[in-house]
Design a protein around this ligand. Structure first.
Ligand code: UDP
Ligand code: MG
Length: 325
């Protein structure tokens, strides 16, 4: 590995069913590597590392072809589809001992590749973590923009600290990755975990473009699942809310009991069927919600105790040297 002045960069790119966009964006990544190396900012040993996330189309074939054509392209393939977060993690952990810095970026060209210059500059200035932050969401639909912003607000309100408008476009030094590798959790929410590692960090703004080809894998349902996952992976605040809410309901119930007893002693009791039904419905509803949320945490604990591998690499491109299988 080289000195800090000319670091070896690995661009880590998760790919799932991206046969349409990969042939367009792969040369763009290589071009960026070339221009950064020509400017003396990174080492010529730098690489573009694709992580195939169990694609069902020709993505892996395209990656192996790219690697055969140019040694600066590397590829690893997950044994099956595990999701974006696991794919990024696989790439980062596989890269961490081979480079000085990594930049993770989506393969669809939505994240502005040119922001990498500023990221590398920030690293050369002493930052170990550089967050790519979207400066605008003009290219997104109103709906996507609205739901995405609600997503960050909800996460922060629920105690999962995340950088506003930062997704998974970021520079991490291998020093940070060595420490990050010690976070053993299997429920991954990278953007919430990275700030917990610490080290000197900064943000670089970038414009978010339209997808160059293919289609998004993040419909609303997946985004909601990610938000929920993020909250329950990083924070126990919802459980605290439940406790607070439980105390409040218990308090009100206590007042209600006193009121009912007073009424009974005064002989004002009425049949009370409606109020009884309402109370039972309300309380059982609240209890079910609370049980559900607590169950979610228990589910997480269950998965953590299993400690299954967070990624399984089944194939590597032929030019992957060293610990390859
Ligand atoms: N991705 C992945 N595994 C998945 C889903 C997506 O590796 O199961 C990759 C995908 O190839 C892309 C990135 O994650 O590089 C972001 O996905 P996408 O562009 O579909 O999401 P969006 O930008 O619409 O949020
Ligand atoms: Mg995208």
């Amino acid at each position: 590995m080289s000195a800090k002045s000319s670091p070896v960069l690995y661009i880590v790119i998760p790919c799932y069913n991206e046969q349409e966009v990969l042939p367009i964006t792969a040369p763009m990544f290589l071009q960026k590597l070339q221009s950064l190396a020509a400017a003396g900012k990174i080492s010529p040993e730098s690489r573009v590392l694709f992580v195939n996330d169990g694609s069902k189309d020709d993505t892996w074939a395209i990656i192996t072809r790219l690697a055969a054509g140019d040694g600066r392209f590397l590829g690893i393939s997950q044994s099956r589809n595990r999701g974006h977060q696991n794919a990024v993690l696989a790439g980062l952990l596989e890269a961490k001992d081979r480079c000085d810095i990594t930049i993770s970026i989506d393969c669809d060209g939505q994240d502005d590749i040119d922001a990498m210059d500023a990221m590398v500059d920030a690293y050369l200035d002493g930052c170990e973590v550089v967050y790519g932050v979207r400066s605008d969401r003009e290219s997104d639909t109103f709906f996507k923009r609205f739901t995405a912003e609600a997503f960050y607000k909800l996460l922060n309100a629920m105690g999962a600290e995340v950088i506003f408008n930062h997704a998974d476009y970021r520079l991490l030094s291998s020093r940070v990755l060595q420490e990050f590798a010690r976070f053993r959790e299997v429920n991954l929410f990278l953007r919430g975990m990275v700030p917990l590692v610490g080290f000197k960090s900064t943000s670089v703004p970038y414009a978010r473009h339209e997808r160059l080809a293919g289609r998004s894998h993040y419909p609303l349902a997946k985004m909601l699942a990610l938000a929920f996952d993020g909250i329950t992976s990083l924070s126990v605040r919802p459980i605290r809310f439940i406790t607070g809410f439980g105390v409040l309901v218990a308090l009100i119930s206590f007042l209600g009991v006193i009121w009912a007893l007073v009424q009974a002693f005064l002989g004002h009791t009425v049949s009370g069927w409606a109020s009884m039904t309402c109370i039972i419905c309300f309380v059982s509803g609240v209890q079910l919600i609370c049980l559900g949320i607590i169950g979610e945490y228990i589910g997480k604990i269950y998965m953590e105790t299993k400690a299954r591998p967070r990624y399984i690499i089944s194939e590597r491109t032929a030019n992957w040297k060293g610990d390859g299988q």
